[in-house]
Write a protein that binds this ligand. Structure first.
Ligand code: ZN
Ligand code: ZN
Ligand code: ZN
Length: 362
C-alpha cells in the first residue's frame, strides 16, 4: 500500500466523520498531498473526484495526462478532450452525492459551474477533510521540512560574509533566488530584501534602492524543496548599528526565544503568540508588532496552524509553524526574526539553526 493509499483511506474516514460524500480537488496543495499530482493553475479543469464509497478518478485535460504519475491502487485517470465539457464529466462522476467538499484554491468559475450543474448538492470546504490530515506532519514530512530549513540556513550564513553596501535590494533578491535553486530547492517562493526604512513594511517588494552603510537589512526568503517549504528571516546591519537598533534587536531576539520556548504540546497557538508579543509590548514596541507571530508550513508556505491571538488550537506533535515576531517603526527601520519550529513530545524543535544575532556586514 503506497503512502497515498493510506492518505486516501484517512481522507475517506474523515469524510464519514464530517458527512461529506465526495471530495473535489483541483489546483492547490490538497491534490498533491493525496495523489502526488499537482494541477496546473490553468483555465482547463483538472479535478480529482474522491467519493467516500467508490473509486477515485483524476479528471485531467488530455494534454496534461502525460504528466500524471499513475497510482493504479489509488485512482484512475480520465482524460477529457478539447471539445468535451469537463464540468459535465465531473458532475456525472458525482453520481448521487448530496454533499461535496471542494478545495479552497479551485477557480471560482468551476465551483459556480458545478453548482449550476448540480443544484441539489451542498458544497462545503474540502479543508474540513484535508485540514486535519495535513496539519500534523509525519516523520518523513518533518525530515523534508528540516532539509529545506538547513538549505536556507546555509544561505543565511553565507550572507554574513557578502558585501551589501552598493548593491540594490533587487540584486540581493536575485542572488537569494539563485542560491535557493542551487541549494536544491525546486522553486523559490519569495525573497524579501528590505533595507533601512523599507523594512518597516513587513512584505516590502525588493526595489532599486541601493543599500548603504548604516542600513539594517531584512532578508526573508523561502522556497520549496522536495515538495516542502522553507522560510527564514535574518537581519544584517551594514556597519555598526545605532544603540536604538541594538536595543530593539535584543528585545526581538528575546521575544522570538519566548515564542519558541512556549511552543510546547498542549499549549494553544494563541498562547504562543502571546508569549512572544508580551516581550515586545513590555519593551514599549507593542504598536510596532503589526502581525501574528507565525503560520503553519508544509507543502504550502502558509497553512494551518496559525500562531495568532484567538486560535485556541492546542499544539500536538507534528505541528510545524514559524515563530517570527517583528518590530516595524514607520519611516525608521524594521526587523523580524524567523525560525520554523516543530512541536514534539520532547518540546519545541527549531528546524533552523543559522545564528540569530544581528550580523554586521560591509
Ligand atoms: Zn510574511
Ligand atoms: Zn518568512
Ligand atoms: Zn514566515
Amino acid at each position: 500500500v503506497s503512502g497515498y493509499a493510506t492518505r486516501l483511506a484517512r481522507a475517506r474516514e474523515r469524510m464519514g466523520v464530517v458527512g461529506i460524500d465526495v471530495l473535489l480537488l483541483s489546483t492547490g496543495a490538497d491534490l498533491p498531498y493525496l495523489t502526488g499530482y499537482e494541477a496546473m493553475p490553468l483555465e482547463r479543469l483538472t479535478m480529482f473526484v474522491l467519493p467516500r464509497d467508490g473509486d477515485a478518478v483524476l479528471v485531467v485535460p488530455r494534454l496534461e495526462a502525460p504528466r500524471v504519475v499513475e497510482q493504479p491502487d489509488v485512482f484512475s485517470v480520465l482524460a477529457w478532450d478539447e471539445t468535451d465539457d469537463p464540468v459535465a464529466v465531473v458532475a456525472k462522476l458525482m453520481a448521487d452525492a448530496r454533499t461535496a467538499g471542494i478545495g479552497d484554491h479551485t477557480w471560482a468559475r468551476f465551483l459556480v459551474e458545478l453548482q449550476d450543474a448540480l443544484p441539489d448538492v451542498q458544497f462545503r470546504r474540502a479543508v474540513e477533510v484535508t485540514g486535519a490530515l495535513r496539519v500534523v506532519k509525519d516523520a518523513d514530512e518533518v525530515a523534508a521540512l528540516r532539509a529545506a530549513a538547513r538549505a536556507v540556513d546555509d544561505i543565511a550564513v553565507s550572507m554574513r560574509t557578502e558585501r551589501f553596501a552598493g548593491r540594490r535590494e533587487i540584486d540581493v533578491h536575485r542572488h537569494l533566488v539563485e542560491c535557493m535553486l542551487e541549494a536544491g530547492h525546486e522553486r523559490a517562493n519569495f525573497a524579501i530584501v528590505a533595507a533601512g526604512a523599507n523594512a518597516a513594511s513587513p512584505h516590502h517588494d525588493p526595489s532599486d534602492r541601493v543599500i548603504e552603510p548604516g542600513d539594517v537589512v531584512l532578508l526573508d526568503f523561502g522556497g520549496t524543496m522536495r515538495g516542502y517549504c522553507s522560510d527564514i528571516t535574518r537581519m544584517y546591519a551594514v556597519g555598526e548599528p545605532t544603540a536604538e537598533v541594538r536595543d530593539a534587536y535584543a528585545v526581538l531576539v528575546d521575544a522570538q526565544q519566548q515564542g519558541v520556548s512556549a511552543a510546547i504540546v498542549g499549549t494553544s497557538c494563541s498562547d504562543v503568540d502571546a508569549a512572544a508579543r508580551r516581550v515586545i509590548t513590555d519593551a514599549g514596541y507593542g504598536d510596532y508588532f503589526v502581525h501574528r507571530t507565525g503560520h503553519g508550513i508544509g507543502t504550502e508556505a502558509h497553512e494551518d496552524p496559525y500562531v495568532v491571538a484567538g486560535n485556541t488550537t492546542p499544539l500536538v506533535p507534528g505541528h510545524a509553524f514559524s515563530v517570527e515576531p517583528g518590530i516595524y517603526v514607520p519611516n525608521r527601520f524594521g526587523m523580524r526574526l524567523e525560525d520554523i519550529v516543530v512541536a514534539t513530545p520532547d518540546g519545541p524543535e527549531r528546524l533552523n539553526d543559522a545564528p540569530r544575532d544581528l550580523a554586521i556586514v560591509d
